[in-house]
Design a protein around this ligand. Structure first.
Ligand SMILES: C[S@@+](CC[C@H](N)C(=O)[O-])C[C@H]1O[C@@H](n2cnc3c(N)ncnc32)[C@H](O)[C@@H]1O
Length: 232
């Protein structure tokens, strides 16, 4: 079974022999792949929608894994009992939704050995939520699929107050900078382009809000350029 680079990178972050739940499983590829690779023995595949859960059901049946993967219908971590699994995967959802799913079942989330999170957007909001709620990002990687760069975080509840940090580290996680992986510079450049485009669009228009937005974007660009110097 061949996974896409994004899903493969997510799956590879699951620990050997961990009891896992794949939340928002849809096609069920991650648990099926991990069991077929003998990395884990069993899994829970959950989704809030019946259609996607049926996709997973078909995938599981066609791989003869009905006795190894349990399907559960429901929202986020609410399908789990405290301590039932070691690790949770939440991939392919927005960062705000992911943080809501954690917040809705904090007791369960805090007990997990790790959560592997892959936000499709709003990763800065997710990092901010995790930081505020004393979850530590233990590892962060980037993976490129077609033209898009995805962020993947390995997260664990720590419980200790995490020192304040510059807002820019919510956009570019410190773990990404420490890795100095080859995609980091490309990723930072993409962000710089996004902020430059915003400036281009609104420059010349009048108003306090516009001026503030331009100031914020320029400030972010400057900080991102500094991060590039650090990575190089
Ligand atoms: C874009 S798919 C991602 C599928 C797969 N995890 C991946 O990364 O390729 C998002 C899935 O999350 C499910 N989903 C959305 N909100 C959810 C929630 N509150 N709880 C569980 N699943 C949810 C959707 O039904 C959908 O199947």
């Amino acid at each position: 079974m061949k996974l896409t680079p994004r899903l493969e990178a997510v799956a590879n972050l699951v620990s050997n022999n961990a009891k896992i739940a794949d939340i928002g499983t849809d096609h069920g590829y991650i648990p099926v792949y991990l069991i077929k690779k003998n990395k884990i023995k069993c899994a829970i595949a959950a989704d809030v929608n019946e259609g996607p859960l049926n996709n997973a059901k078909k995938e599981i049946a066609s791989n003869n894994l009905k006795n190894k993967i349990e399907l559960r219908l429901g929202s986020g971590l609410s399908v789990l009992k405290v301590g039932e699994v070691d690790e949770v995967v939440i991939a392919g959802m927005g960062g705000v939704l992911i943080s809501q799913l954690i917040e809705n079942e904090l007791k369960i989330a805090k007990q997990l050995d790790r959560m592997i999170l892959q936000p499709m957007q709003a990763s800065a909001e997710l990092r901010k939520y995790l930081h505020k709620n004393k979850f530590v990002i233990e590892e962060e990687i980037l993976v490129k699929e077609d033209f898009r760069i995805y962020e993947i975080m390995v997260v664990k509840y720590d419980g200790r107050e995490i020192p304040q940090q510059d807002e820019i580290y919510y956009e570019i996680g410190k773990g990404l900078l420490e890795n100095k992986g080859c995609l980091v510079l490309e990723f930072i450049d993409k962000k710089i382009k996004e902020y430059s485009k915003i400036i281009e669009k609104i420059e010349g228009k009048q108003g306090e809000k516009i001026e503030l937005k331009i100031y914020e974007c320029r400030n972010k660009i400057q900080k991102l350029e500094e991060l590039k110097d650090y990575v190089r």
